[in-house]
Structure formats: structure tokens, C-alpha cells
Design a protein around this ligand. Structure first.
Ligand SMILES: Cc1cc2nc3c(=O)[nH]c(=O)nc-3n(C[C@H](O)[C@H](O)[C@H](O)COP(=O)(O)O)c2cc1C
Length: 183
């Protein structure tokens, strides 16, 4: 059993998750997919990609599509990293936007929760994130109007906006490690 793990991480959350997987899988190789290194995929049974969400765009998706013909008959894992709570998120639309149906059917998906540290975020990314409080405040107003309770994740996002928050935890990658080791 041989494994290659890729990450497509900007600020380190995805890289941390990929490193934890590597540390727990014997003889695994870890690579940043953005280096676009030449890889002999025939040498690997497990292909793992850990890619982060940036405004509906999924880092790493382009790389997986580029190499799909080389990896499609292998055990392929696509793990996403985002600040949204995977327990209350529906990834159907985002998956369809990122991948053709064949890839969605064949790949094994996992959704990991990431981190945001506003002091480290680039100027252009910060401009995007300014839209988030507007969206969440609107959502909270609507929920209140409908007599429903506030959305916990939206509230947490608003409370931490401009600061630092991390949901990155070693145990989140345990199902990925188990799945890789079973092959
Ligand atoms: C500009 C920008 C857009 C983002 N868009 C999303 C998003 O659409 N959905 C989501 O869940 N998280 C989103 N995030 C949060 C990132 O996915 C999260 O910070 C993740 O941990 C980043 O991973 P990385 O540290 O590996 O780059 C966004 C973050 C930034 C800076």
C-alpha cells in the first residue's frame, strides 16, 4: 500500500491536516500540488488531496481534474477545508461546481473545518471577507423576524470577525487515515 498526499493550502490549515495524515500512514509522500511536480501516479494506491475553499473555488480541484485519467482507477480521497461547519453545510452544489459527475461518484469526500487569522490574510482576501458579515447579519435578521433562534455558526463568525479562530484538530483527519490504511 503506497500513498501520496497533496495539499493546496494558502494559510496552513490544509497543510497541517495533510501533515497529520502523512505522519500516520507508513511511507506516505506529501507534496504541495501547486508546485505541479511531475508525479508517477502508477506508483501509488491511495491519492489524497486536501484542498481549501476560497469563495466557492476549491483549491486542488484543477489539479485533480488535470490528472484524473492517471488516478481514476485508484482509491482517491478529496478532502475540503473551509471555515463553514461541515455538520450544517450542504456540499452538493459546490461539488458539482468543482467536478464532473464521474469524479464526484468515484472520489471519497471528506469535509474538514479550517481556521482564519485576519492578521495573516492578504489584502485582496480581506476584501472578499468583508462581504461575509453583511451576508450573516442579513441571515440573523431574517431568522429573528421568522421567530427562529440565531444561527450558531453565523453568530460565531460575527463574534470572531477580524480576529483569530481555529477549528483545526488532529481528530478530524482520523476517518481519512483509517480509510487510507484499509486499502
Ligand atoms: C477570501 C476567502 C474566501 C473564503 N471562502 C470560503 C468559503 O466559501 N467557504 C468556506 O467554508 N470557507 C471559506 N474560507 C475560509 C477558508 O477556507 C479557511 O480559512 C481555510 O482554513 C483555509 O485553508 P488554508 O489555511 O489551508 O489556506 C475563505 C477564506 C478566505 C480568506
Amino acid at each position: 500500500m503506497s500513498t501520496i498526499i497533496f495539499h493546496a493550502s494558502e494559510y496552513g490549515a490544509g497543510k497541517q491536516y495533510a501533515t497529520w495524515v502523512k505522519e500516520n500512514v507508513p511511507n506516505a509522500t506529501l507534496l504541495d500540488s501547486r508546485l505541479d511536480a511531475v508525479v508517477d501516479f502508477s506508483a501509488f494506491d491511495n491519492i489524497v488531496m486536501i484542498g481549501s475553499f476560497y469563495w466557492d473555488g476549491l483549491h486542488g480541484a484543477k489539479f485533480m481534474k488535470k490528472h484524473w485519467q492517471e488516478i481514476k482507477d485508484k482509491h482517491v480521497i478529496m478532502a475540503t477545508v473551509g471555515i463553514a461547519n461541515p455538520e450544517s453545510s450542504d456540499y452538493t452544489r459546490i461539488k458539482k461546481f468543482a467536478f464532473p459527475d464521474e469524479m464526484i461518484e468515484k472520489m471519497e469526500f471528506y469535509h474538514l473545518r479550517g481556521a482564519l487569522d485576519y492578521s495573516k490574510i492578504s489584502w485582496s482576501h480581506r476584501q472578499f471577507l468583508k462581504l461575509m458579515p453583511i451576508f450573516y447579519k442579513k441571515k440573523q435578521k431574517r431568522l429573528l423576524k421568522e421567530g427562529k433562534g440565531l444561527d450558531k455558526d453565523a453568530q460565531e463568525f460575527l463574534e470572531n470577525y477580524g480576529g483569530k479562530i481555529s477549528y483545526v484538530a488532529r481528530e478530524n483527519v482520523e476517518p481519512i487515515i483509517q480509510s487510507v490504511l484499509e486499502v
